[in-house]
Ligand binder design. Sequence first.
Ligand code: ATP
Length: 454
Amino acid sequence: MAELTEYTGKATMEKIVSLAKRRGFVFQSSEIYGGQSGAWDYGPLGIELKNRIAQVWWREMTQLHDNIVGLDAAILMHPRTWEASGHVENFTDPLVDCKACKSRFRADQIPPENLEKKVCPDCGGGLTDTRKFNLMFKSNIGPIDDGSGVIYLRPETAQGIYVNYKNIIQSNRMKIPFGIAQIGKAFRNEIVTKHFIFRSCEFEQMEMQFFVKPGSDEEWFEQWRKARWAYYEGLGVKMDHLRWHRHGVDELAHYAKDAYDIQYLFPMGWQELEGVHNRTNFDLTRHSEYSGKDLQYIDQESNERYIPFIIETSAGLTRNLLMILCDAYDEEEVEGETRTVLRFHPRLAPVTVAVLPLMKKDGLAEIAEAIRAGLREDFATGFDLSGAIGRRYRRQDEAGTPFCVTIDYETKEDNTVTLRYRDSMKQERVHRDQLAAKLTAEIRGYKRLAVSEI
Ligand code: ATP
């Protein structure tokens, strides 16, 4: 398949930001005070979508494996952790400031001639020397702020896994190869936060660290690359919007032997979505050195001792949410009007099924409530009884609800309802007793319609 060079979808970042706010997916943090840059709030639909993405990932990475377990480590960690990991020394961006207009730039993101001549690309004023700027948020723990209680907000979830590796082997009798999965917040003092929630200072990661015997690392690396690719296929995202990017020698992190990113074609171009990295035995060797604890693995059968290699799969949860929004976004002309629709996989949709009584009166609302009560045990349900039915369908399309159930006068007679499909807008009559089974089957068998079928 030839690689796409340009974004061909219907989404633009402006449309996504506006829909996200209008429908309660994502709001700017502290908006009434003018907003806090680099931070975002997830509204009623946004938190549902984020939870669903997290659940699907968690199921895929833990439940479907017999050798991967979960963890929820603290955000605040012993400051030595970040010395051992290399973050205190190396987790920096090169920074320059304009002395005239006070603009701040990442030195690697301005034209090299400006950097060389120390000329501001915005106003032509003089630039400062390049300084290293550490991306970790530093704070103070304890009552006295004299520098003795330095503490960092974790810039990645991975270290919480490494420092617990021995605990987990002992408590859960894990044998190599095995993995530890974790979802949680991470914080980075990003100099340039751009493209909505793509790069923020507070975000969430979904990481799985897989511990393997040295020598088997390359094989496991390939296996995890395949598995992570298949994961996105399972989510039903547009596969021609995904590609691999292998890190060149100058891009490789100090700990990495090999690294690939899965990139997604966002409206602003190809960008990293997830990294799959061969981190070697760097992390555990360093934590051994800095903590003084022996972190070698002892193979019970062969009595071999070694520091395991680590294959890491590291995805942004909030960045995945942006990807899912962009990927699902569609517009089409229907009866002279533009229909905006989010074609989420039903497993990800914030509301799976919306129940809509055609009229409030004549007992239809009561029947609808009873049908919803029956469905809510197994599905995320919505309910809407205001406005013309066509308008209500559009509202659900925009929220990405894959199924609507309409209760009308026929329901009173024969207990059938109209089941309406978001993607095709097709409708069919289903007996209310068969509704739950029908929805379950539709969710399991869901296939995104090819453009020609819509
Ligand atoms: P970049 O080079 O873009 O700063 P990175 O290569 O440092 O990112 P990793 O440290 O590998 O990123 O983080 C793993 C994943 O976490 C990324 O693929 C991305 O999905 C997510 N991520 C990293 N930084 C941010 C951020 N500032 N905002 C949102 N998600 C992020």
